[in-house]
Write a protein that binds this ligand. Structure first.
Ligand SMILES: Cc1ncc(C[n+]2csc(CCOP(=O)(O)OP(=O)(O)O)c2C)c(N)n1
Ligand code: SF4
Ligand SMILES: [Mg+2]
Length: 377
C-alpha cells in the first residue's frame, strides 16, 4: 500500500468552543503536553517490550500489531512512564502486559471510560485503548460511542477479528450474516456493525482502518492518530487463525488486494486498480470501472472535510464479500476535546468566581437529607 498523506485538520469549532480551547494559538497535537525524552536520548523497540510471556496462539494477528506498535512508539520521543495502554477483556486486551509502558487490563468494555478519566486528569499522559470487536461493540458499545462523541484525547485501537477469540469462537457484532460459530450453529442472523460507520455516526474526529499484516500502513495510521488531538478510532483487521481464520485473506493476497482495496489518500482520487468511486447528485457513492466514469464525478478524498457525509458514504462502500474495502484515514478534523474543555472549566472555576465558602455552603446546604431509622422503615 502507498503511504498515507495527512491532510491539515479543519477547524470545526464554534465561537463558544473557541473560548474553551486550551491553546488559542491553534490545534495542538495529541501529545503536546506529554514530556519528551531528554535531548540526545532515544528508545528502541526493545525498550517497549516487556518481560511477560506472550500468550497468544501461534500465528495470531495480534503479534504483528504488537510488533508494529513496539516499533512505532520510540518515534514519539516520549518518556515511557507517560504512556498508558488501557484494555478491556479479550485476547486483544492482553496487550498492555506485553508493552513496557504503564497499562491496565481493565473491565470488559469499560476501557474507554477508564481512559477518559486518565485523559481528563492527566494531560501529561499519552493514553491509548486496545479493544476487540466484542469488547468495544458488544458490552462496551455505550462507552465507545460516548468517548468518541466527547472527543476525549484517546487513541482507540479496535482489533477486529469478527469473532470472540478469548471465549473460544462465538459470533461477535462484526461477524458476517450466516457465519457459523459455536453460538450460531445455523448461521448468524445479526447484521454486523461497520465500526467505521459507527464511529463517524458518533461524530468521531479521527477515523481510520488498517490491517495487521501491512506494517507500513498500520504504522502510518498510528502516527497520524498519535498526532491527532482528540478521539481517534483505528479499526485494525486482525486474523484469528483458530476461530475465524482467513476472513481477510483476499485483502492480503497481493494479486487480489489491488482490485479490492480502495486507497484513501488525501487529495487523491479514491480508486482500486482500474475502478474508481463516483458520487451522484444525492451524494451516494458507487464503484465503477474507470473507463465508464464521468471524470467530473470521481471522488477526490478530503480527509479534513468538516461535513462527515462523504466519509460516511465512503464507509458504506464496504461489501460483505470484501469486493471493495476502503482503507486508510476516513476523517481527520480538529474540534475541542472534552478533556481540554474540562481543564479550562476547572481553571476558570478556580479563579475566584466559586470560593471555598460556596463549596461549604453547597455541602451543608438544605438539599441534603439525614436518613433516620424511622425514615428507613
Ligand atoms: C461481564 C463479562 N461478560 C462476558 C465475558 C466473557 N468474555 C470475555 S472476552 C469476551 C469477548 C472477547 O471478544 P473480543 O473483544 O472480540 O476480543 P478477542 O478475544 O477476539 O480479541 C467475552 C464475551 C466476561 N469476561 N465478562
Ligand atoms: S483465539 Fe484467536 S485472537 Fe485469540 S490468541 Fe488465539 S488466534 Fe489470537
Ligand atoms: Mg474479536
Amino acid at each position: 500500500m502507498s503511504a498515507i498523506e495527512l491532510g491539515q485538520p479543519a477547524s470545526g469549532d464554534t465561537a463558544t468552543e473557541d473560548s474553551l480551547r486550551a491553546a488559542p494559538e491553534g490545534p495542538r497535537t495529541g501529545t503536546a503536553a506529554v514530556p519528551t525524552l531528554p535531548a540526545g536520548t532515544t528508545l528502541t523497540k526493545k525498550d517497549f517490550s516487556s518481560d511477560q510471556e506472550v500468550r497468544w496462539c501461534p500465528g495470531c494477528g495480534d503479534y504483528a500489531i504488537l510488533a508494529a506498535i513496539q516499533g512505532f512508539l520510540p518515534e514519539l520521543g516520549l518518556k515511557r512512564e507517560n504512556i498508558v495502554f488501557v484494555s478491556g477483556i479479550g485476547c486483544s486486551s492482553r496487550f498492555p502486559y506485553y508493552l513496557d509502558t504503564y497499562g491496565m487490563h481493565s473491565i470488559h468494555g469499560r476501557a474507554p471510560a477508564i481512559a477518559t478519566g486518565l485523559a481528563a486528569t492527566r494531560e501529561d499522559l499519552s493514553v491509548w485503548v486496545v479493544t476487540g470487536d466484542g469488547d468495544a461493540l458488544s458490552i462496551g458499545g455505550n462507552h465507545l460511542i460516548h468517548a468518541l462523541r466527547r472527543n476525549v484525547n484517546l487513541k482507540i485501537l479496535l482489533f477486529n477479528n469478527e469473532i470472540y477469540g478469548l471465549t473460544k469462537g462465538q459470533y461477535s457484532p462484526t461477524s458476517r450474516v450466516g457465519q457459523v460459530t459455536k453460538s450460531s450453529p445455523l448461521g448468524s442472523l445479526d447484521k454486523p456493525f461497520n465500526p467505521v460507520s459507527l464511529a463517524l455516526g458518533a461524530e468521531a474526529s479521527f477515523v481510520a482502518r488498517t490491517m495487521d499484516s501491512d506494517r507500513a500502513h498500520l504504522t502510518a495510521v498510528l502516527r497520524a492518530a498519535a498526532q491527532h488531538r482528540g478521539s481517534a478510532l483505528v479499526e485494525i483487521y486482525q486474523n484469528c487463525p483458530i476461530f475465524n481464520d482467513g476472513v481477510f485473506d483476499v485483502l492480503k493476497d497481493r494479486t487480489q488486494a489491488e482490485a479490492r482495496i480502495l486507497q484513501l489518500t488525501d487529495g487523491e482520487q479514491v480508486a482500486a486498480g482500474e475502478q474508481v468511486v463516483v458520487r451522484d447528485d444525492q451524494g451516494v457513492m458507487t464503484v465503477v470501472p474507470r473507463s465508464e466514469a464521468d471524470p467530473g464525478r470521481i471522488v477526490v478524498h478530503d480527509v479534513s472535510a468538516e461535513d462527515p457525509s462523504a466519509a460516511f458514504a465512503l464507509s458504506r462502500l464496504d461489501s460483505p464479500d470484501l469486493a471493495h474495502v476502503p482503507m486508510g484515514i476516513f476523517r481527520n478534523v480538529s474540534r475541542t476535546t472534552y478533556d481540554d474543555a474540562l481543564r479550562e472549566q476547572i481553571a476558570s472555576a478556580r479563579t475566584g468566581e466559586i470560593t471555598d465558602a460556596d463549596i461549604d455552603a453547597l455541602l451543608a446546604g438544605r438539599d441534603t437529607w439525614q436518613v433516620s431509622e424511622a425514615t428507613r422503615a
